[in-house]
Design a protein around this ligand. Structure first.
Ligand code: AR6
Length: 178
């Protein structure tokens, strides 16, 4: 039987800071006070109020997530999560799945209906895109199976090769359940 939950997952190529969704997710570092990559882009687009709010949150360990308002972004919220620095250890997939699960938990608490994720840990933190994509999509599918409230989860990729990895993996998830 076709799993309708997969229809609630989308992939998109572009800049996550422009997404008109309830929440965008930031691939932060544990200090939560900004950095390069998607983190830098989100802080630039959100304006200095985001940094000020983040300063009040303290540290966030890898695998966990925190939520702030979206400030000057179109998104109402930013969920900041800290991916693992890839070390090819058994902890990596556990921590990366935790990023998605804890982001979803916060989304539920705030009654968020649409959320966009970047490819957490797949830039500076060095996580191989194929492995990370499987974890992202499978964790999302499992969450959507149990929770009706979240209407749409969009994965925003910055490059064509990464977009293709996500499209292929999503296609394979559809194929497995038909
Ligand atoms: N929209 C969507 N995706 C983006 C954007 C954007 N505007 N900009 C970059 N990406 P990274 P990490 C992609 O390095 O690996 C920061 O300095 C990028 O191409 O941002 O989790 C933090 O402060 C890549 O595919 O995050 C941490 O110190 C993906 O987003 C550290 O980097 C994630 O790349 C976190 O490293």
């Amino acid at each position: 039987m076709k799993d309708k939950n997969l229809d609630r997952i989308g992939v998109h190529k572009g800049d996550i800071t422009l997404m008109e969704v309830d929440a965008i997710v930031n691939a932060a570092n544990s200090s939560l006070v900004g950095g390069g990559g998607v983190d830098g882009a989100i802080h630039r687009a959100a304006g200095p109020g985001l940094l000020e709010e983040c300063r009040g949150l303290g540290e966030c360990p890898a695998g966990e997530a925190r939520i702030t308002s979206g400030h000057n972004l179109k998104a109402r919220y930013v969920i900041h999560t800290v991916g693992p620095i890839y070390s090819n250890s058994a902890q990596d997939p556990v921590l990366l799945a935790g990023c998605y699960e804890n982001s979803f938990r916060l989304a539920l608490e705030k009654e968020i209906q649409t959320i966009a994720f970047p490819a957490i840990s797949c830039g500076v933190y060095g996580y191989p895109i194929g492995d990370a994509c499987k974890i992202a999509l499978e964790t999302t599918r499992d969450f959507l199976e149990k929770n009706e409230a979240l209407e749409q989860v969009i994965f925003v990729l910055f490059s064509d090769p990464y977009l293709k990895v996500y499209e292929k993996e999503l296609h394979e998830l559809y194929a497995k359940q038909s």
